[in-house]
Design a protein around this ligand. Structure first.
Ligand code: NAG
Ligand code: NAG
Ligand code: NAG
Length: 308
């Protein structure tokens, strides 16, 4: 019996473990969107660095940072995925880098750290990090641009909502999980056993079309406005601030106490779904622009800009 490649992809995906998280579905979708928007030079550069010349070169590494986070080797990075905004939702939201970025790092400082590791240290590139270090830095950047767009990755309350118990179609879940996974899964009509890669690929195609000439074609230019490779912290703080603002408007509109034990798969979901969709689209489009800026800088330092 012959199976086409789509069917094979689905069969292969059934071997992947358990429920998809932002850790998979969201991150992989962000990466696929970015691969749809980067310049050809950027594709070539990162396909080379990540040693993968398929269309999955970004998507395939998008969840790596989660996979090493709780290992002995990866422990140093466990706090790099979020910034704990110590605000008071729903009355006041806001992120403050000095107040909220922990001493051992946060998602904003980590974007700064790993972006700088990708850049040439000087003209002529002598002293650049070895390729394996730059590949690792790329994997962190791809992941953290996704994380900073999840509202509960920019909030301190109950460890980003991990400690808040809620109901989802009658089942007990924590609020962080709802925003990581449940909302997107319901939106895509996929159960908790959704197959991340094919589902993300299709979702990315849809969002890409909507960014090109659908409902996001208007706002998309404002998404990348002011992005500055020489001020990564300011750039990423804009992203964190937008995510955090949704804590007051959509995540905890009545505050952290009022949401405990509430059923969220109904009216709450209807308001949350467009936020998830927008944040994933924005993260993917911004990741593409960010990777383009990095490759522009590298080409410039190598004196290649005239040749290209
Ligand atoms: C590229 O990445 C995809 C997704 O992770 C993987 O399935 C594929 O085997 C990789 N290809 C190469 C040549 O490494
Ligand atoms: C920067 O990245 C390196 C390499 O992963 C890591 O060891 C270091 O802890 C990071 N520094 C900060 C301040 O996050
Ligand atoms: C994207 O998905 C939405 C919701 O399923 C659908 O209404 C819309 O037509 C799709 N758009 C594109 C361009 O595929």
């Amino acid at each position: 019996m012959r199976l086409d490649s789509g069917v094979l992809a689905l069969l292969g995906a059934t071997a992947l473990p358990g429920a998809a998280a932002w850790g998979s579905l969201g991150h992989i979708t962000v990466a696929y969107i970015a691969s749809n928007f980067v310049k050809p030079e950027t594709t070539a550069y990162f396909q080379g660095l990540l040693r993968n010349d398929t269309e999955h070169y970004l998507a395939g590494v998008a969840t790596w940072a989660d996979s090493i986070r709780y290992t002995k080797w990866g422990r140093f990075s466990r706090n790099f995925h979020f910034i704990d905004a110590k605000d008071t939702p729903p009355t006041a939201c806001g992120v403050d880098f000095a107040r909220d970025c922990k001493e051992d790092g946060c998602v904003v400082s980590s974007l700064q750290n790993y972006t700088s590791q990708l850049l040439p240290t000087s003209v002529g590139s002598e002293g650049d990090l070895p390729a394996w270090r730059r590949a690792q830095a790329a994997k962190f950047v791809i992941h953290f641009v996704g994380d900073v767009h999840q509202p509960l990755h920019a909030e301190n309350v109950a460890q980003g909502g991990n400690g808040i118990h809620v109901l989802w179609d009658g089942a007990e879940l924590n609020l962080h999980h709802v925003w990581d996974s449940s909302i997107a899964e319901k939106m895509l009509g996929a159960g908790r056993r959704v197959k991340p890669y094919p589902t993300a690929f299709a979702w990315a195609a849809n969002l890409t079309a909507q960014i090109r000439d659908g409902k996001y074609a208007g706002p998309r230019d404002s998404w990348t406005k002011g992005m500055d490779l020489d001020d990564v912290v300011a750039t990423a703080m804009v992203w964190a601030g937008e995510s955090n603002a949704y804590i007051c408007s959509h995540v905890l509109p009545e505050g952290p106490e009022a949401i405990v034990s509430q059923e969220l798969a109904g009216e709450y979901y209807e308001k949350a779904a467009p936020v998830i969709e927008l944040q994933v689209a924005k993260a993917g489009y911004r990741l593409a622009a960010w990777l383009d800026l990095i490759v522009d800088r590298i080409s410039g330092a190598n004196g290649l800009s005239d040749e290209l």
